[in-house]
Design a protein around this ligand. Sequence first.
Ligand SMILES: [Fe+2]
Ligand SMILES: [Fe+2]
Length: 405
Amino acid sequence: MAAEMALVKPISNVTPKFGSPRLGSYSKFSSIRMSATATPPPSTSTKPSKKGNKNVIKESLLTPRFYTTDFDEMETLFNTEINKNLNQEEFEALLQEFKTDYNQTHFVRNKEFKEAADKLEGPLRQIFVEFLERSCTAEFSGFLLYKELGRRLKKTNPVVAEIFSLMSRDEARHAGFLNKGLSDFNLALDLGFLTKARKYTFFKPKFIFYATYLSEKIGYWRYITIYRHLKANPEYQCYPIFKYFENWCQDENRHGDFFSALMKAQPQFLNDWKAKLWARFFCLSVYVTMYLNDCQRTAFYEGIGLNTKEFDMHVIIETNRTTARIFPAVLDVENPEFKRKLDRMVEINQKIIAIGESDDIQLVKNLKRIPLVAALVSELLAAYLMPPIESGSVDLAEFEPQLVY
Ligand SMILES: [Fe+2]
Ligand SMILES: [Fe+2]
């Protein structure tokens, strides 16, 4: 899961009870208690501290989020006696694929990691830490949601429940691998603390489907694009984690395909005018969140030889084409006007950030922000109202193990 879905504000904060994950117990390292955002990256002191680094970093609208949902409604949706659209054969086939566990032995580290981390210095080192931390938080967010869905759907639909549990296995593996990456920098995310302390964004099931589908597919396109770029330009391969992205992104692709199957089994979420409006809304939220986030971190993308905006537009266009196979409507992201709007949002966002960093008193900051926030909302609205592309209705016959590229 890539969790490029943060612009939407929390509707309520519910903290579900999860078992305590056995990830991230690196007590000999500094421990990061919250996910970083646009605030300065955590200290990367090479001297491990037993007390732990008490960085409490505030969340922003663009921080990777944790999600919860209406699990009772989920149980109704996946009850085979109530919902006759559930194609159990299709889910059985998907389950077999997840059980195959293609990446069981993929995430094995070697000494290259620590050596590469030691060579990273200055701002690039800090931005790498932030990349690892944000990615780990996003993967872990998927782990928590899928694990709980696996637990809650066990009685109603054991096949779907088992797939969720196996997807949580994948996400735990991804989060754990990223957290081990942080250990190369003598840091570790305190995932147990995150589970309890983070706010949970509540989405109704249909919104969970749209958001997680997009999150998985955009994650796939981000990982595979970075992988291909570094394969073609190995001089930018400054940390070995990217070499793992090829197989890794196939996990995300499979997760996205599973959500396709889930949505097909809930045609009421795909076949009316409201579905079209929501589909466009979620596409816009996910694309804008990624674009604004990445444009605040151009040093990272430049550090691995990518042009941030070109990279993001490629990922947005490919994700949108993939999404058009299942969503009833998508945005016309290939219209040059869409990118112009994104670029204007970046400019406005930079001004908003500059106000936050200024020495003005809070009241003055708030007053200065008002016209900029209004301008940002108006750009968002204009992008949302651009003529959409009618899509969907392509019957997905892609549940065989298959690569998208
Ligand atoms: Fe993942
Ligand atoms: Fe995933």
